[in-house]
Design a protein around this ligand. Structure first.
Ligand code: NDP
Length: 460
């Protein structure tokens, strides 16, 4: 057998052995397996070149600690309910565990582990001294009253506070928001944490601007996604101006991405939610975006928009991936863009996909993009702006200063540029060309930093 074939056989064997160990241990954790599979595939050339990393990878894919707890709460009618709470403290080799809290009925251990694993690599890529974690609950905040949400958050924190906080080294854990958790929930969680611990630490975000959040924290993920897209376009000698953009989701990430696209002169034509999608062929502008925010804030149907803009269309129970576009930004949730959706995007001429959500594209969809030579920016790189600003927020809180929005924005742009360049450099070093460079480069660069720290810390 020649040397190249031998290497490739070796790579496949490593990948198979690591994945089969996970499958044996946790066969039902489909999301977690999917996210590990993608990374292991990217790392094949690294593991061939540096076999010492094989054992590091085996240790990396096992979370350091998983906390699962009961959350009992009482609704407005006096009826008792019970939900399940999670905190996955995945890896602390680079610094304190950091990663959001998600409240959504689909939350389970597999989802938590995949998000925490992605977060570990994302935090590594963002060059901050932060480890990775994730938490949440299968509680559904939709349709609940303010008081019910407050009671749930209090009950959730009553257990979580035992596992987080700056004085509990090594369980130094700093949660923030994700799906179903925004400033309101963080406010209640923080209030309860402060009451239980008598500590006022900058550890939950984004809070109210008056009490410890950084300027631009709420916007950072969505803005960062667009800054990342801009880097891709610059390399392609193109500009965002006048490009048609299809965006999914209508939450924190999606709407701030739309806002930034508008400011760059791009033409975002869709947003979507769990009920369907909204298409405005003329593109959204700031006034239209305010209306969308108003509709979502009142939990109304996006169809409402068409009353003010009758030329716009609203489609029930449909995803926006068959709408003609230059760039697509999936910003809603995991696995929202599958094989058939990827084919639709290619058929309508889409040339670039930038993930705003965590793992919104299935493995089959990514394979279609690869075969069609579509540029694909993975979430762990493109949506790292939020955690990057949280890292900066911790620095501001501990030194009791607040940087201006302009200063934070400038730093955010630098972080996104750095993430892009680091991914490209890592891909080049391993001979991986475009358009796959962004995906594999991000996985390689992020892994190498955590892996090196783990190697230096011994077998922990
Ligand atoms: P939000 O809860 O603010 O918004 C989520 C949006 O996606 C909502 O509009 C929701 O619809 C829609 N959505 C959720 N599930 C589905 C589904 N199955 N089908 C269609 N639409 C769906 O969450 P975020 O914007 O905070 O998060 C979005 C994604 O970005 C997640 O993957 C998250 O992990 C990731 N992310 C978030 C960060 C943050 O700082 N918030 C940081 C990095 C990544 P509806 O309005 O009907 O509920």
């Amino acid at each position: 057998m020649d040397k190249r074939r031998l290497f490739s056989t070796y790579r496949v064997l490593i990948a198979v052995s690591i994945l089969s160990a996970i499958l044996r241990r946790d066969p039902h954790e489909m999301e977690f397996i999917q996210s590990v599979q993608e990374v292991v595939h990217s790392l094949e050339p690294v593991l061939t070149k540096y076999p010492q990393y094989v054992h590091v990878l085996e240790r990396l894919v096992e979370p350091e600690r998983v906390v699962i707890f009961k959350v009992s709460w009482v609704d407005d009618k006096g009826e008792a309910h019970v939900n399940r709470g999670f905190r996955v403290q995945f890896n602390q080799a680079l610094g304190p565990y950091k990663g959001g809290l998600r409240f959504h009925p689909t939350v389970n251990l597999s989802v938590m582990k995949f998000l925490a694993f992605e977060q570990t690599l994302k935090n590594s890529l963002s060059s901050l001294s932060l480890g990775g974690g994730k938490g949440g609950s299968d509680f559904n905040p939709k349709g609940k009253s303010e008081n019910e949400i407050m009671r749930f958050c209090y009950s959730f924190m009553e257990e979580l506070y035992r596992h987080i906080g700056p004085n509990q080294v090594p369980i130094f854990d700093t949660p923030s928001g994700d799906i179903g958790v925004g400033p309101r929930e963080i406010g209640y969680l923080f209030g309860q944490y402060r009451r239980l611990t008598s500590q006022y630490e900058g550890m939950l975000g984004p809070k109210g601007i008056q009490w410890g959040t950084s300027n631009l924290h709420p916007e950072a993920t969505g803005y960062g996604v667009v800054y990342y897209a801009k880097e891709v376009l610059t390399d392609l000698h193109r500009d965002l101006k006048d490009l048609r953009c299809v965006v999914s989701g209508a939450g924190k990430v999606a709407l701030y991405a739309v806002e930034k696209l508008i400011s760059f002169g791009a033409v975002p034509v869709t947003i979507s939610d769990t009920r369907g999608y909204l298409l405005d062929e003329e593109g959204f502008d700031r006034v239209k975006l305010s209306l969308i925010r108003e509709i979502k804030a009142h939990n109304k149907n996006l169809r409402e928009y068409t009353k003010s803009y009758p030329k716009a269309k609203y489609l029930d129970d449909t995803k926006p991936w068959a709408v003609k576009c230059d760039i697509a930004f999936p910003c809603a949730t995991q696995n929202e863009l599958n094989h058939a959706d990827a084919m639709s995007l290619i058929n309508v001429g889409c040339q670039i996909i930038i993930e705003g959500a965590n793992m919104p594209c299935t493995a089959e969809a990514i394979d279609i993009f690869r075969k069609s030579k579509i540029w694909f920016g993975p979430g762990k790189a493109a949506n790292a702006g939020g955690v990057a600003i949280q890292g900066l927020e911790m620095a501001q809180n501990s030194s009791r200063v607040q940087w201006t929005a302009e200063e934070v924005d400038m730093r955010l742009q630098e972080v996104m540029k750095d993430i892009y360049q680091k991914s490209m450099k890592a891909a080049q070093e391993y001979g991986i060309g475009n358009p796959e460079a962004l995906l594999h480069g991000a996985n390689i660069a992020s892994f190498l930093r955590v892996a090196q720290a783990m190697l230096e810390q011994g077998c922990v």
